[in-house]
Design a protein around this ligand. Structure first.
Ligand SMILES: Cc1cc2nc3c(=O)[nH]c(=O)nc-3n(C[C@H](O)[C@H](O)[C@H](O)COP(=O)(O)O)c2cc1C
Length: 225
């Protein structure tokens, strides 16, 4: 069963019963977006395996605001000292963080743009990586992620191919390594990547076979995720 959670406040019964999945889309493409199609497919497969509640956050269509001078000042002001204006500045960031913290599992649908993630996904990340909320400083002054218990699936699509280890474009892949390091920083280590290559520049056969390969990977993953 799939339900939608629009409000991050759950009652206890729902909290205990259903796995809560946060889906983050970040393609600016609405139709024929490979990351959206593969994420839809994965959720369909998952539906056959388990009950879950789904929250969709589409930063491709509704990009979060970029941080501003006011945002930074408010963020670094201790919560108890924040003015109402500062609280207003941080409100949308807090909403994004609340729903992230409240989820058990996260799916990030990420198109490769210029060898990295989309600007809208970066804007989202700039909103959710905040001291005291998603990471903290320990007594030794070390930084520690606070999202440790979560599981993440990252579904990427790339126009070209040969980004795999040892291949010619591997040094250009600033997408997988960046997202992996960022999630590790937030304390998350259970991360799976499904990368779909050759979606724009390969032959039709290559494009289709890569897409089908990703679907097969996602079908298998849905049985154990
Ligand atoms: C602005 C932009 C930049 C892109 N840069 C790259 C790139 O650096 N490398 C690549 O392999 N494909 C690149 N592509 C192709 C996309 O990764 C490809 O179209 C992919 O399918 C996007 O995901 P989507 O179908 O979910 O939108 C780019 C596409 C756009 C629109």
């Amino acid at each position: 069963m799939i339900s939608v959670f629009q409000d991050h406040k759950f009652d206890g019964i729902l909290n205990n019963k259903f796995m809560k999945i946060l889906r983050i889309d970040s393609s600016v493409r609405i139709e024929q977006s490979k990351t959206r199609m593969l994420t839809d497919y994965f959720l369909e497969q998952l539906k056959n395996q388990s009950d879950y509640l789904l929250k969709s956050r589409d930063v491709g269509i509704n990009p979060p605001k970029f941080p501003t001078d006011e945002f930074i000042k408010a963020n670094y002001t201790p919560e108890t000292n924040r003015t109402q204006e500062m609280k207003n500045v941080l409100a949308s960031s807090n909403t994004l963080i609340d729903e992230l913290i409240d989820s058990d599992k996260i799916i990030i649908a990420s198109p490769m743009y210029n060898f990295s993630i989309s600007a809208t996904l970066k804007a989202y990340i700039d909103n959710i990586v905040r001291v005291g909320r998603t990471f903290t400083l320990t007594e030794n002054g070390e930084m520690k992620g606070l999202l440790g218990s979560k599981k993440v699936l990252v579904i990427t699509a790339r126009g070209a191919m040969s980004y795999e280890k040892g291949e010619v474009l591997q040094p250009f892949d600033f997408q997988e390594n960046y997202l992996k390091s960022l999630l590790n920083f937030l304390g998350i280590s259970d991360i799976t990547f499904v990368n779909t290559e050759a979606q724009d520049f390969g032959t039709k056969e290559l494009k289709n076979s890569n897409f089908e390969h990703s679907k097969n990977q996602l079908s298998e993953l849905a049985k154990i995720w």
